[in-house]
Design a protein around this ligand. Structure first.
Ligand SMILES: [Zn+2]
Length: 354
């Protein structure tokens, strides 16, 4: 059943899940609405590129999730984060032959959007999303497009983010001329959402949003190549020239990732794992030579290297382009570090397949 939709779902997931400039590690998520009630959404801890029509996703009743967000009364003293997470869990639909997994922590906002939803953490979109004047840049870059674009200021993921997106969509549609619907969403310190009713259009729209940003900034060169080599079991060396050159020519210390926190995935995959001029952590960097050595599983190395390349690329490009990076605030960081959903995702990193 729903073969065509699930094949399309696999297609959109691979298109945006394979390029490491769009998706790093287990970041990002996609979904497809199968009918008026059911939605297939990426499973937490899975990589986008691992989604096939048979695995890597969970089916939920998105109609009920949508109803919850339409009716929720936030004037009460309760733990809405917990309540909404339980509500999503209660709306998982068991499908024969499908592994029992947890839906993405971002399943909430997928319920509000069109048939196909692509959400990624692209380095290009994040040049805008992680800049102090991101909203102005967005208005400038997308002003001539015929699709609606909205900006979501940073807010804790999960319940709060879903509600904020719902409000932003309602506001946009009320204030804008008939017929123009939101198809692109830029989330501050987070990433990009593209949504349409057609899978090819959805992929093209995601691509276009990134291309418009690249054009605006005059980025013509290809995204840096990433290369890892195995030294021995659970020991890998990075051969990624871009990173080695960066660390050789910039002062780096143990607080490198702590000074500017660009988005939650950086916290999940990188912060707390760095040792500069030591060999006592998962990620060890020599500040003189730029040499990078990982001491962990192959799958975690892959995720960390992709995440570090994206982070360094954004920081480096922003510096070259004269953009000012906006860091997440300490309270926002604390929310992520203590969030049950992210702890679960982090615990899966080690076991992810390549
Ligand atoms: Zn995300």
């Amino acid at each position: 059943m729903y073969n065509k939709e699930l094949k399309n779902f696999e297609y959109i997931s691979k298109e945006v899940g394979l390029p490491i400039e769009y998706t790093q590690g287990g970041g990002g998520n996609t979904s497809v609405k199968l009918n008026d009630e059911l939605m297939a959404v990426k499973a937490s801890g899975y990589k986008l590129k691992q989604i096939t029509s048979e695995e890597g996703y969970v089916v939920v009743n998105y109609k009920n999730i949508l109803d919850y967000y339409m009716q929720v009364d936030i004037s009460q003293e309760k733990d809405y984060e917990k309540e909404s997470a339980e509500m999503v869990k209660a709306n998982i639909v068991e499908v024969e032959g499908l592994k029992k997994l947890r839906p993405s922590v971002e399943a909430g906002f997928h319920s509000l959007l069109k048939k196909y939803v692509i959400h990624t953490h692209p380095v290009y979109a994040n040049l805008v999303c992680c800049a102090h004047n991101g909203k102005e840049l967005m208005d400038e870059i997308f002003s001539n497009e015929d699709f609606g674009v909205v900006w979501i200021p940073y807010i804790d993921p999960g319940f709060s983010l879903t509600l904020r997106i719902k409000e932003a969509l309602e506001k946009y549609e009320k204030e804008t001329e008939q017929g123009k619907k939101v198809q692109v969403i830029l989330m501050e310190n987070h990433g990009l959402i593209a949504t349409t009713d057609d899978p090819k259009e959805c992929v093209a729209l995601h691509e276009k949003a990134n291309e418009l940003i690249k054009e605006h900034f005059g980025i013509k060169e290809l995204y840096p190549q990433m290369q890892l080599s195995k030294v021995e079991e659970n020991k890998y060396a990075s051969r990624t020239e871009y990173l080695i050159d960066y660390f050789k020519s910039h002062k780096i210390d143990n607080e490198f990732f702590d000074r500017i926190v660009l988005y939650p995935d950086q916290l999940v995959y990188l912060n707390g794992s760095l040792s500069v001029d030591g060999m006592d952590n998962k990620l060890n960097i020599n500040s003189q030579t730029g040499e990078i050595v990982y001491l962990t599983t192959e799958s975690e190395v892959q995720t960390m290297e992709e995440s570090m390349l994206a982070y360094v690329y954004i920081i480096d490009q922003m510096e070259k382009l004269g953009l000012s990076p906006k860091s997440m605030k300490q309270t926002e960081i604390n929310f992520i570090t203590n969030w049950e959903g992210e702890k679960y995702r982090k615990s899966l990193v080690k076991n992810l397949e390549k």
